[in-house]
Every structure is written in C-alpha cells, then in structure tokens.
Design a protein around this ligand. Structure first.
Ligand code: FE
Length: 224
C-alpha cells in the first residue's frame, strides 16, 4: 500500500523550530536480521503453545506483569525498613520472606538485602549477564547490562561511582555483589539526615532505583 509521510509537517514536536527539518534516519528495533536465540525463543514459544503447556494469552499477561513492576516496590521495602527496626532486621536476615510481608513475591529467586552504613557502601552488578532484582525494581536500565558496567563495577567501583556522581570517603569500604540466576541483591541505602518523623510514603519518594542498585545514595536531591 502506498504510504506518504511528510515528516516535519504533519505532526507536532515538543520543541520549537522555524522550518521543517528531517530527522536523521533511525533503524527500527526489529530491523536487524533475526538472531539464533530469537529463532530459538520463537520455536520454543510456538511449541509450548502447540503442546498446550501455556497459552499465548498467559505469556502476554506475564510479560505485561513483568513490565508493570517498578522501583516503587523496592522503595516501599526500604521506607518500611527505615521506619520499622524489627522489619529491617527481618529484611536483612531473609529478604525474600520480608518482601512477602509486603505482598511482593520473589518467586524461586532468593533476595539478599545489603545495608549501607557510614563504613560500608554496597554496589550490585551481574558480571555474567543481567541478573537483577526485577520483582522489586522492575526491568534493569540498559547501562546495568552493558559490558562496561559489568566489568568496571568489579575492577574500579570507586571510579564508576564517581561517574554517577557518588563520591565516597577513603574510610568507606566498597563491597561489590555479583548477582546470579538464583540470588539477587538489593541495597538498603542510608536514611538521609533530617527525615525524622517522616511517613513511609514520604520517605519512599527519596528512594531511587539507582540508590537500591548502589550507584547513588538516597537523598532529596536524588529524588528530584
Ligand atoms: Fe545475569
């Protein structure tokens, strides 16, 4: 079917410009040749449906649920730990069970929660691939999956932290945790000063995704 597209004239942009302009061509995300693993994925998917193991609707709804998870889950866990010392103790002892208390199911993976203090700063990575506490943080950011982050986080964590704007004193020990398929880590950031008496909802707004990965600290500035 013939299709004309007068780029620059037929839709609005959110920036102002006097004359129509061309965007540089950008590849569609599915433009590239199909890879071996994409073929395998499709083959397994089709077989599971053909054999009646799962339905396409079940797969779709699982993907939707996966995409619906956000760092707000993790922020709720952290805010509860800051507000309730008994919960904090249970969270550090068994992250999986403590998350269950808040209605967050970890599935078959074990969640280990590591606590930042004045002496210790924790950083999470998966050097092998992209293991990430998706049940509490949603999908990982692209940089988390990059080769640069995966290798540099263990080799030169302080340099990586500095690039994220996080500078630690010389007296602070940096611990890097390498995630695996069955063990995921979540950082319990330090509670920012001046937040005494804050509600859990208000505290949760200070807890960013990056502070729970450990590349940043929780702060009012970080939450802006
Ligand atoms: Fe991984």
């Amino acid at each position: 079917m013939a299709h004309t597209h007068e780029h620059g004239r037929d839709h609005d942009h959110d920036h102002d410009h006097g004359a129509p302009h061309r965007h540089p061509p950008r590849a569609d995300h599915d433009d590239r040749p199909v890879s071996y693993y994409q073929v395998m994925t499709t083959a397994v998917f089709e077989l599971l449906i053909e054999k009646g193991v799962v339905t396409a609707a079940e797969v779709r709804s699982n993907i939707e649920a996966m995409d619906g998870r956000t760092p707000e889950q993790g922020a709720r866990v952290v805010a509860r730990a800051w507000s309730d010392p008994a919960f904090r103790g249970r969270l550090l002892a068994d992250g999986t069970a403590a998350c269950q208390e808040l209605g967050i199911e970890m599935g078959p993976t074990r969640l280990v929660v590591v606590e930042n203090t004045d002496q210790v700063h924790n950083l999470v990575v998966c050097t092998l691939c992209s293991c990430y506490p998706r049940m509490v943080l949603g999908r990982p950011p692209d940089w988390y999956k990059s080769r640069a982050y995966r290798s540099r986080a263990v080799r030169e964590p302080r340099a990586v932290l500095a690039e994220f704007g996080t500078r630690l004193g010389d007296g602070v020990t940096v611990r890097v945790h390498d995630s695996t398929a069955d063990m995921r880590y979540l950082v319990l950031p330090r509670r920012p000063a001046g937040t005494q008496g804050w509600s859990e909802e208000k505290l949760a707004r200070l807890v960013t995704r990056d502070s729970m990965i450990g590349v940043a600290e929780a702060s009012e500035a970080a939450a802006l």
